[in-house]
Design a binder for this molecule. Structure first.
Ligand SMILES: [Zn+2]
Ligand SMILES: [Zn+2]
Length: 366
């Protein structure tokens, strides 16, 4: 069958909407008809070349939709199920899966790095030419083929434009709080960088019943959104001394938990300085993998636990439905994250807005 998909053929060039052929489903494949697909900074990194992957490729890794068809051996989902795609459909039996670190699954990491599904092949072609899959999802398209563990059922009441956000940004931010840091009730939290992921860290901290939740950013737009997501205080990092301001709000010690979600040297340093001795520091932000950062050595001292997380310690089949239910119960916000809805044909405009820092989440709606 054929579909429309957004294809990246060259770094630093716009995506092109092309007619793409989907190959026959393998026994463990699931074909998802997408309802919505969120635009994430990681897509942009590939478009700009700071994350290098084989081209041409169909980007998108934050998708939600309906299961259209399944391969003969699929048992986890059925046609008609509403699903959110996971970009970590771990195999369950490699070295890392056996260690209880499924986010590092060797099969999935290798597949994602080579731009294929876990069987090492692509299901996508244009006139016989192979297209690569992105993060085992490729959701900037009308359909995607994913391994069955990558199609995670969620309640039908959840609209697709909100559901898709769970697949990356929300899981990354909320998971960093509840899975990686295990923020305890009554504690103090500082979040440096309050874009899409940082806002989700804030609401994760509220969900975990943190008492003091401090948002730090240099964007007035982000800081204006932060209280709606749980921030009890905001600090403008260009106008205030972040370390002094955080200490003033935390009994002079610094925060119990510090999250870095901006992805630059200054934000990393601010998160480390704002963390009290003995604190947990979770690093979520990203910059070019070859970028070098220098840090004040003293800011690393004091028995701090420093954790790098890419997907909030996700256990998608447990966490996605849990996040969905929390949203439906009014405990987590998704509507306010969406600042732009687009047709697939307008997807480049969404990425341009992201580069200008104008959007929290732009979502392609099918
Ligand atoms: Zn993402
Ligand atoms: Zn594995």
């Amino acid at each position: 069958m054929e579909m429309n998909a957004a294809v990246l053929r060259e770094v630093a060039k716009p995506l092109t909407i092309e007619r793409v052929e989907i190959g026959a489903l393998k026994p463990r494949d699931v074909l998802v008809r997408l309802g919505a697909s969120g635009l994430c900074h990681t897509d942009l990194e590939v478009m700009l070349g700071s994350l290098q992957l084989p081209l041409p490729i169909v980007l998108g890794h934050e998708g939600a939709g309906v299961v259209e068809a399944v391969g003969g051996e699929v048992t986890l989902v059925r046609p008609g199920d509403h699903v959110v795609c996971s970009w970590s459909p771990n195999c369950g039996h490699c070295f890392y899966c056996d260690q209880g670190q499924p986010i590092l699954c060797e099969a999935v990491v290798a597949a994602a790095a080579s731009g294929h599904l876990p069987d090492g092949q692509s299901r996508l072609r244009v006139s016989g030419e192979k297209l690569h899959h992105f993060s085992v999802v490729s959701s900037h398209a009308e359909y995607c083929v994913v391994p069955e563990a990558g199609a995670v059922p969620v309640p039908r009441e959840l609209p697709f434009d909100r559901a898709c956000l769970i697949g990356c940004g929300v899981m990354t931010g909320v998971g960093a709080v509840v899975r990686c840091a295990r923020v305890s009730p009554g504690s103090s939290v500082v979040v440096v960088g309050c874009g899409a992921v940082g806002l989700n860290v804030l609401q994760g901290a509220r969900f975990a019943n943190a008492r003091t939740i401090i948002a730090v950013d240099i964007s007035d737009r982000h800081l204006a959104m932060a209280p709606g997501f749980g921030a009890t205080q905001t600090i403008h990092a260009a106008r205030e001394d972040v370390t002094a301001a955080v200490r003033a709000l935390t009994g002079g010690r610094g925060a119990d938990y510090a999250f870095e979600a901006a992805g630059n040297e200054a934000s990393l340093q601010q998160a480390l300085e704002a963390a009290r001795p003995g604190a947990t520091v979770v690093i979520l932000g990203k910059t070019s993998v070859n970028a070098k950062v220098s840090l004040r050595f003293g800011s690393l001292m004091g028995e701090k636990r420093i954790v790098r997380s890419s997907y909030g310690g996700a256990r998608p089949r447990v966490d996605f439905p849990r996040i969905a239910r929390a949203y439906l119960a009014g405990q987590l916000r998704l509507d306010e994250l969406i600042t732009q809805r687009l047709a697939l044909g307008d997807i480049n405009a969404g990425f341009e807005g992201m580069q200008r820092g104008e959007v929290t989440r732009a979502v392609v709606v099918f």
